[in-house]
Design a protein. Sequence first.
Length: 185
Amino acid sequence: MKHNNQKKSKHYILWTAVFIIYLYLLTKLILFKGSAVDFGIVKVRLMAFLQQPDLIHTRTVNLTPFQEISRDWNSLSSHRPGTAIHLVGNVLAFIPLGIFIPVLTGNKLFSGIKVFLLSLLLSLGYEGTQLVTGMGIFDVDDLMLNTLGGLIGYIIFTMGIGLKKVLVGGGSRETTKLTSKESHV
């Protein structure tokens, strides 16, 4: 049993390390638009905002749901493929989060709700940082697309667990228990 616990611990550490790398890359993508990550820039912009809170009125904000999504959809139907990056990219960027959350917290009841809330909160954190620092645009559509991505990741995760049960042989009670326990890692 000790060997099994060590194996679970190693898997958990590996998943945690990959999750940290994912968050770094997500931050690089969303806040720094792919450039080098420099939290000094965030600090300088945050300090400027704290000294002049009226700067918030100069920021570009979209609070109208589906405004940018429909604009991008119309551009996409006009054969402008660059707009697909915004639509698909916001979803794809959060799909891994929907897998990491149940793996790192354990596949318990209501994991879908956890994924929904944590995807929404992480996206809100990025959008809020963009608003306050001016390093991007606060967009309610991004919140919706990111959260959808997290939920898609969760669906992929649960389908993978289901497929594993089918392949391993869900008929055996012992196998089902083992698979259930493995999904907590």
